[in-house]
Design a protein around this ligand. Structure first.
Ligand SMILES: C[S@@+](CC[C@H](N)C(=O)[O-])C[C@H]1O[C@@H](n2cnc3c(N)ncnc32)[C@H](O)[C@@H]1O
Length: 296
């Protein structure tokens, strides 16, 4: 209960969101610069997971929803609209810059049913047993202390309330880890294999997510798994890609201490280039899960 919960309002609210105006289809101007600025608003990496989640969450008017690890908040924004203006969605994330971006989107869209909590989700300014739905798209697997956050979520949920979370799974981008193992062997750096294995295995499994949710006192009632492909021209294109550099390269680099890390990553890229040359492109598989749990 130590974080401040503030309505996400802003000066540039063009129109208040009100879904009673169902006959008004002409109130958004395709030519306005801010429309273009908000058109491309979703992290591509997050999209397949978010679609999986949005496909499975209960959608009801008047729901009280919490989005844990909301980031720039596309799931928040979707749920605030898909559940109607009588719903209330609280986005929680300590990443202040992302929450500023979410606040701008909320203001632009005229949403009046979104609150922002710029803080870790371990303690939330919401009453116990007051929440119908907790969602977390790629959130729980990125927390420092998942058990503490899940315990808080379980307390906030009403009996019958649901927690729906998505995660990537062990096995994601396995082609990269295979090339990394080859590179370590070729450079005589096999002593780093355990660190690489740990880097690969620290991703979630369905069993580990189920254990975490059960450990927080929730009952897992549905598990859906799927996978998508990410395609690149070759290994250099993969390792140079902005989001891969943001989200993955630091972990891969941490396996081998400097200065060898650069040599290893260069060889990983070369080995992946060879795979791409053989197969026409580098096609990486990303397995994912969407797990739903209920508070009884
Ligand atoms: C991979 S991002 C996912 C963001 C967003 N849900 C999406 O799908 O694009 C993980 C998010 O978890 C947030 N996070 C990390 N620790 C957190 C904590 N203790 N409480 C809440 N959010 C946290 C990060 O700041 C980040 O925005």
């Amino acid at each position: 209960m130590d974080a401040e919960c503030t309505p996400a309002s802003g000066a540039r609210t063009p129109r208040r969101y009100d879904d009673d105006r169902v006959t008004r289809h002409d109130d958004i101007d395709w030519g306005a610069p801010e429309v273009a600025a908000h058109y491309d608003e979703l992290p591509l990496w997050s999209a397949p997971f978010g679609l999986m989640l949005l496909d499975r969450v209960p959608l009801r008017r008047g729901q009280v929803v919490v989005d844990v690890g909301a980031g720039t908040g596309f799931v928040t924004v979707e749920l605030a609209q898909r559940c109607g203006p009588e719903s209330r969605v609280t986005a929680v994330d300590p990443w202040a810059a992302a929450m500023d971006r979410l606040a701008a989107k909320v203001a632009f869209l005229g949403l009046t049913n979104v609150d922002l909590v710029v803080a870790p989700a371990e303690h939330l300014p919401l009453a116990d047993a007051s929440v119908d739905l907790v969602v977390s798209n790629l959130g729980i697997n990125n927390l420092d202390d998942p058990p503490a956050v899940l315990r808080e979520c379980a307390l906030l949920l009403r009996p019958g309330g649901r927690l729906v979370t998505t995660t990537n799974l062990v096995g994601h981008m396995e082609q990269v880890y295979a090339a990394y193992r080859t590179a370590l062997s070729e450079l005589g750096l096999d002593e780093h294999r355990p660190a690489l294995d740990a880097q690969e295995q620290h991703r979630a499994t369905v069993a580990s997510v189920t254990d975490q949710l059960t450990g927080a006192g929730l009952e897992v009632v549905d598990v859906a798994t799927d996978a998508f492909r990410m395609r690149f021209a070759d290994g250099r294109a993969l390792l140079g890609h902005w989001f891969v550099r943001l989200g993955f390269v630091p972990g891969w680099r941490s396996v081998v201490p400097a200065p060898d890390a650069d040599r290893v990553l260069a060889l990983v890229a070369a080995r992946l280039d060879a795979v791409a040359a053989e197969q026409g492109a580098l096609e990486l598989t990303v397995p994912m899960a969407c797990v739903t749990a209920v508070r009884r």
